[in-house]
Write a protein that binds this ligand. Sequence first.
Ligand SMILES: NC(=O)c1ccc[n+]([C@@H]2O[C@H](COP(=O)([O-])OP(=O)(O)OC[C@H]3O[C@@H](n4cnc5c(N)ncnc54)[C@H](O)[C@@H]3O)[C@@H](O)[C@H]2O)c1
Length: 415
Amino acid sequence: MTVGVIGLGYVGLPLVVAFAEAGERVVAVDVDTQKVASIAAGDSYIEDVPSAQLQAVLGSIKASTRYADLAPAEAVIICVPTPLTANREPDLGALIASARALAQVLQPGQLVVLESTTYPGTTRERLVPLLEESGLRVGEQLNVAFSPERVDPGRKDFTLRNTPKVVGGMTPECAERAEAVYGRICDHIVRVSTPEAAELTKLLENIFRAVNIALVNEMAVLSDRMGINIWEVVDAAASKPYGFMRFEPGPGMGGHCLPVDPFYLTWRAREFHMSTEFIELAGKMNQQMPHYCVERIERALNDASKPVKGSRILMLGASYKGGVGDIRESPALRIIEVLAERGAAVSFHDDYVRALPSHGLESVPLESALPEADVVVLVTAHPGLDYVGIASRSALFVDLRGVTRGVDIENLVRL
Ligand SMILES: NC(=O)c1ccc[n+]([C@@H]2O[C@H](COP(=O)([O-])OP(=O)(O)OC[C@H]3O[C@@H](n4cnc5c(N)ncnc54)[C@H](O)[C@@H]3O)[C@@H](O)[C@H]2O)c1
């Protein structure tokens, strides 16, 4: 079988490698010439795909910027970005551009699957009409399905292979074909009746996380006022063997998914005369967290008789989560901006993020920056650093991730 993958980012590249490892030929298409050149050179830019793993299957992969190369593919999987516009509305620009380009080269008998996260109705109302401009009809000469991606960057225990894959087809035959294709790389397929059900499944999963993170963040702010240690409370609550699921407080949500996806549903819900208040409220709480963290940093400095203005603040971590270098929507960026606006001299150290060009900052070496900092703020807990050791060598250490929970050192402040 030949499988085509459009959009070679965090979702697309692992799929390309998985199909190649399963013994299939893969045509990998992206508009980004650099990404295509990197793949052709066996040079991976995604942390979860080591270059050696890519190189091992390079013989089965054709990386290209040309949609025409997708012609021999039995199945084409679309993994392009679905961000928000400046007004926080769905931006389907990449999806529409990709569907139009694909329609030009579609072949009778092909299966097209959309994996990009989006609102219910996108596959049927936006993707299918564009694909049908090819003259091919869905259910006749063309099959179309939606199957959400569940990749959790940096995660090792759940992979594409052992994470169940949800599939919803436009027709039963569409679903069957999609199931057969994904069956090559996933052990367990969960079939739902429509693309809409599959689209909403993904949003429910992400919104579930966003709402629960917001809840525990609100608890953290309240616990601070009450003088209660939130980390102790979360650990204790998590000892309940049923009916409770652990979520950690933190500086706010980041990445491509959680800060973005809920707004796809909120937007769509308006068409159905419904306002999704849970989702809005969760978004509001999570968006406030970076500002609350700045207040905690200010308070910690104040207790040390230091103003923010002129203080040297070293941020540990800039990416949105530990173990990855993705800075999209990272709360660290907002914290840096607000502190800099208030006159702090902010620097950062992150082994996964070399520079923040939009902030004019480059990652500084930890050992030389540590003794000079008035306060060290742990924003992202990357693996492999001795945080308790770093905290004990810092003039002041603010832990926004709870990595020092249970540790009692002078000059240590926790969220
Ligand atoms: N990153 C995640 O952890 C994750 C998890 C689940 C779902 N998703 C969803 O998957 C989708 C892709 O996310 P991602 O993180 O892989 O994005 P990404 O930005 O890492 O990759 C998307 C790729 O698509 C390419 N692209 C853009 N327009 C194109 C076009 N017209 N034709 C061909 N290629 C094009 C870009 O150049 C880029 O390489 C999004 O809808 C996202 O919400 C992401």
